[in-house]
Write a protein that binds this ligand. Structure first.
Ligand SMILES: Nc1ncnc2c1ncn2[C@@H]1O[C@H](COP(=O)(O)OP(=O)(O)OP(=O)(O)O)[C@@H](O)[C@H]1O
Ligand SMILES: O=C(CO)[C@H](O)[C@H](O)COP(=O)(O)O
Length: 406
């Protein structure tokens, strides 16, 4: 959707005419003229006289979400889509093994679709899917750029069931495109297209515990095969995936709890939300007092906590040489409805009404991590993305036009 505004247009009257495919969506207000159209980024509108007005498209906003496999990307995407008030579904009538999820506002594409080598090809060449050699970054860049500019693309599909590359599917430009997967911030060209980026940083101990839970309980894998798969991926994970966190605007870091000495169960988690300072349209969340260093145990009269309790921390820090604010939660909630007490002490959470975070968390209490900092911080980042989208769209829509003589 292009929303174009021309300022200081003199002598507007009903005889003003515009030769544009969007003529029916022309609107006047005071001395401004608004055009609404769909299509590519720049559209020229010719006035009946001789001036040409160039206007900018509000375009597609692109969000990058990076994490290793099995680290909560799908769960995060479901929380994000819900913040925009919809449910995401695979493209209708398309490949049943498509990795894409579409809702009214968002389209989530999985970057596994840019694997250039299929499962057999990787095996033959002795490379993992994490190796850049197994991925087509030129195509990823071209297609994300095209979508950002309002152009639909035929994106390949990597079929996780067969391990083959399936025929492509059509991706139309949405309001928000989320590119999720192993490498959204690896290639500098793709990275530069991102309006906001998130890295889910799951420590090895926790990743192992989650993998066991899913792949052993739900997929029937053995403990040995899970260990072997994590070990086999580790060198490439360290070389190509993990370094991307230095570029992220927000990092959700998940660590074992510090509340239970030598805990190795991985059930109680310590979660940090690391937020870069100075990112346009993103103001970091804070606890009590912006910029201060705070330690807070909220358990007591207003928050029920069983062993080992809950501890929050907040303060400024440095992360890969960048100034950041860090909000931390260790422990888990006993009663989600009491989360409102914590929410009311957080600021800059970009809610539209009092208690929206608590409402979202209660709505999805069955999602993994809903009783701890993973669910809380994913929900908050979802709200921040909505806020960023609204600010970016408003800014682009209101950007002064360059009016030039034809
Ligand atoms: N916050 C969490 N707390 C506990 N377990 C979690 C959490 N997030 C994810 N998990 C576990 O990890 C599994 C994978 O989560 P999810 O499907 O969201 O990850 P993913 O990154 O999309 O995985 P993949 O890339 O393999 O599809 C879940 O089934 C669950 O067992
Ligand atoms: O890391 C992964 C997903 O993020 C997968 O391992 C990768 O896509 C390879 O797929 P498959 O397991 O089907 O061979």
């Amino acid at each position: 959707m292009a929303v174009c505004t021309a300022y200081n247009v003199k002598s507007l009257n009903s005889s003003y005419s515009v030769s544009t495919p969007a003529k029916s969506h022309l609107g006047f207000h005071q001395n401004q003229v608004f055009f609404y159209s769909s299509g590519s980024k720049k559209t020229n509108y010719r006035r009946s006289g001789s001036s040409v007005i160039t206007c900018a498209d509000s375009g597609t906003i692109v969000i990058g979400l990076a994490a290793d496999s099995g680290c909560g990307k799908s769960t995060f995407m479901r929380r994000l889509t819900s913040v925009f008030g919809g449910a995401a579904e695979p493209p209708r009538g398309g490949n049943p093994d498509s990795n894409t999820l579409i809702s009214d506002t968002t389209t989530v594409i999985c970057l596994d679709d840019y694997h250039s080598l299929d499962r057999t090809g990787r095996k033959e060449k002795g490379v993992t899917a994490l190796d850049p050699k197994a991925n087509d970054f030129d195509l990823m860049y071209e297609q994300v750029k095209a979508i950002k500019e309002g152009i639909a693309v035929q994106k390949p599909i990597y079929n996780h069931v067969s391990g083959l590359l399936d025929p492509p599917e059509l991706i139309k430009p949405p309001k928000i495109l989320v590119i999720e997967g192993l490498h959204p911030m690896y290639d500098e060209r793709v990275r530069d297209l991102l309006d906001f980026s998130i890295y889910l940083d799951i420590s090895n101990e926790v990743k192992f515990a989650w993998k066991i839970q899913r792949d052993m309980a739900e997929r029937g894998h053995s403990l040995e095969s899970i260990k072997a798969s994590i070990e086999a991926r580790k060198p490439d994970f360290d070389a190509y995936i993990d370094p991307q966190k230095q570029y992220a605007d927000a990092v959700i870091e998940v660590l074992p709890t510090q509340l239970i000495p030598d805990d190795n169960e991985g059930k109680v988690l310590r979660v940090k939300l690391i937020m870069k300072e100075g990112v346009e349209f993103f103001s970091p969340v804070y606890l009590f007092d912006e910029g201060s260093t705070i330690s807070w145990i909220p358990c007591g009269r207003k928050l029920t906590c069983s062993y080992p309790g809950i501890k929050f921390a907040y303060g400024p820090d440095s992360y890969f040489g960048n100034e950041v604010s860090v909000l931390e939660m260790d422990g888990q909630f006993d009663r989600l409805d009491e989360l409102i007490y914590v929410e009311s002490h957080l600021s800059n959470i970009s809610t539209k009404f009092y208690g929206e975070v608590t409402q979202q968390m209660l709505k999805h209490s069955d999602f993994p991590g809903s009783n701890n900092g993973t669910g809380l911080f994913q929900t908050i980042v979802g709200l921040k993305i909505r806020d960023l989208y609204e600010q970016l769209t408003a800014t682009k829509a209101g950007a002064p036009l360059q009016a030039t003589k034809a």
